[in-house]
Ligand binder design. Sequence first.
Ligand code: GLP
Length: 243
Amino acid sequence: MRITTDADITHLITRAADAIEDLVRDTPDAVLGIATGSTPEPLYAEITARASRGLDLSRLRITCLDEYVGLDARHPQSYRHYIVQHVLEPWGIDPEATVLPTGDSDDPDAAAADFERRILGLGGVDLQILGVGPNGHIAFNEPGSSFSSRTRVVGLTPSTREANSRFFADKAEVPSRAISQGIGTILESRHALMLAFGEGKAPAVRAMLEGPATEDVPASALQKHADVDVYLDDAAASLLADR
Ligand code: GLP
């Protein structure tokens, strides 16, 4: 794991955007795995700015980590909507060139299995963007998820529903289930880029990087990933012993 810390998030975003740009220049039809959430939004905006200056992203293939079960695809909080808004439209990518889970399927288990099959069909993920939940989750793999788990329907913990309720008008609207790439699936990405900003993430960051690799902290599985860059602002890194 390579860990970069900086007081200024802009510097970290530049480094992360450089990794995406290098990949696209080298492999124009690479597979990029998008993470949702507020953390990577400035990264996607930076890539949008580079696209407006001529970076061609049109052949990139896009996938994602997870999706709420039961939200209509057009719901403003569906992850499909997020990806259309922050990635596909501003980057000029055809929605047909994407592999996203169908959260509003009548059969979510089948939709999860289909999502996993289609990720494998892409030949895997070249670069996976990741964030971490305050309880140490990655994608929607909550504490206790097996490190060998595959894409499946998962239940969301009360703390995750609470953390994500800030995006919904009413807490009761936050879905209780999601389709999530498994930890085993995520570990197969060829390169991963983990972003964590703010002091609210500091305990999860410490457990992810300096604690034992344990299923109690899903993100600690990244210690077993072959090629990970971690970008932390000083607040997120503030509880690390080794800085
Ligand atoms: C969600 C997503 C994760 C994301 C996490 C952190 O629950 N499923 O993929 O990394 O929250 O989100 P944020 O960046 O908004 O803190």
